[in-house]
Design a protein around this ligand. Structure first.
Ligand SMILES: [Zn+2]
Length: 408
């Protein structure tokens, strides 16, 4: 039994769709009232349930249950056929691989044939934004005059790429990112059903990492459960690559102690053993973000094991907030620096040097002027706390890097 969790726990009825109540409400109302449209556009981030809801719609319009309020019933022969992936009248097309005019022409020829099993032929076109311009035009002709037995569900993660002419012919539904707590509830349900053992913090981390995508969260859980051991926060962090490694702690300590040699040595050791410099920089930023949260009194939002939290609290006391912000900016630049191809470690080495050098003088000016904070800038530098002095900001940062808070 190796069925993926997200397939196994894919909702079979409207009541189990997670985080998309507004879409479900509208669709179930139209099914009850027997007022189903002929063209739908489902837009939203990946893994939020667009094709799942499209399947539910296909099942509901073809369900044989007497009472429309009970469709899909999951017991009639049509519902069962959809659930077992053998329903001929639900046609799923991946526009990423069938994006040409010929593919759409082919669809237009076949669409006029009556459904073979159910009442409606439901075409689910996934990643519809991938269609070529010509294919969109061909599709548009079909959307203008669809045969009465045809329903289109176009799904996309990139609605801005859909021509207005197509948009205007579709009933549009926006799928939202699923909130972390709703994902956690669902993961707990799967954990119980699969007889897995998992810590709540680990499930929260999985939910956060999946950025509101239910499918991604379930896939991550799948990956972790395949280790065959208890799913702890430490395990989740290791597998997801978000663990605060000793490397990160050592690098931050070397900044604190003004020990560039030790810091560089730590970086080189990590890179020599296969670490990716940019992901190391990201881990440092994530750690610094934790320090900032602690300094602001939000320790609850910090995801770290108890041992790491103890170390973090100590670091949070040793740096002031503007130092932490400055380091975040420096290492964030290193994490997003796409250059340095000839010497991949250069960005993070520079970041370390920059973080250690001159740690207190200028950054407070930059931060206070950017934030409009009420702290006093050093008297030697004339600064007014307005947004209109970019030259002061850029001059205040070592190596000419302009502080930038937008990435925070
Ligand atoms: Zn049914």
């Amino acid at each position: 039994m190796t069925q993926a969790l997200y397939r196994k726990y894919r909702p079979k009825g409207w009541d189990t769709v997670i985080g998309q109540d507004h879409v479900v409400q509208t669709l179930t109302n139209s099914i009850k009232a027997d007022r189903v449209g002929h063209a739908y556009l489902f837009a939203g981030p990946r893994g939020t349930g667009k094709t799942t809801v499209a399947r539910l719609l296909a099942k509901a319009v073809n369900c044989l249950a007497e009472d429309p309020a009970h469709r899909p019933c999951n017991t009639c022969k049509n519902c069962e056929a959809v659930n077992e992936n053998r329903f001929m009248d639900m046609i799923e097309i991946d526009a990423a691989s069938n994006n040409g005019v010929d593919d759409v022409r082919d669809l237009r020829e076949k669409i006029n044939f009556s459904p073979s099993q159910g009442k409606y032929k439901v075409y689910v076109v996934d990643e519809v934004h991938m269609l070529s311009g010509g294919a969109f035009n061909a599709l548009l002709k079909t959307l203008e005059e669809p045969p009465p037995h045809a329903i289109f569900v176009l799904a996309t993660t990139e609605i801005h790429k859909i021509p207005a002419t197509v948009l205007s012919r579709c009933q549009r539904h926006e799928f939202r990112r699923v909130p972390v707590d709703e994902i956690v509830v669902n993961l707990k349900h799967i954990v119980a059903a699969e007889n897995l053992i998992a810590d709540d913090e680990a499930l929260t981390l999985i939910a956060r990492q999946s950025a509101g995508g239910m499918r991604d969260a379930q896939s991550l859980l799948d990956q972790l459960s395949s280790t065959g051991t208890k799913i702890t926060l430490a395990l989740a962090q290791t597998v997801l690559g978000t663990a605060t490694s000793k490397t990160v702690l050592d690098i931050i300590s070397s900044v604190l102690d003004h020990q560039p040699a030790h810091g560089l040595e730590t970086i080189h050791r990590a890179l020599d053993s296969g670490a990716d410099p940019r992901s190391l920089a990201r881990q440092i930023v994530e750690y610094l973000r934790g320090l900032m949260l602690i300094q602001m009194g939000n320790i609850d939002q910090v995801e770290a094991t108890r041992e790491v939290k103890i170390q973090m609290e100590s670091h949070a006391k040793s740096f002031n907030t503007s130092e932490v912000l400055r380091m975040m900016k420096i290492f964030n630049n290193a994490a997003t620096d796409l250059r340095g191809g000839w010497q991949p470690s250069l960005s993070i080495e520079l970041a370390l040097a920059e973080a250690i050098e001159n740690p207190t003088e200028s950054p407070q000016i930059a931060v206070s002027s950017l934030l409009g904070a009420a702290s006093d800038p050093p008297k030697s530098v004339p600064v007014t706390r307005t947004e209109s002095q970019p030259e002061v900001k850029s001059a205040s940062s070592p190596l000419g890097k302009r502080p930038c808070l937008t990435s925070l």
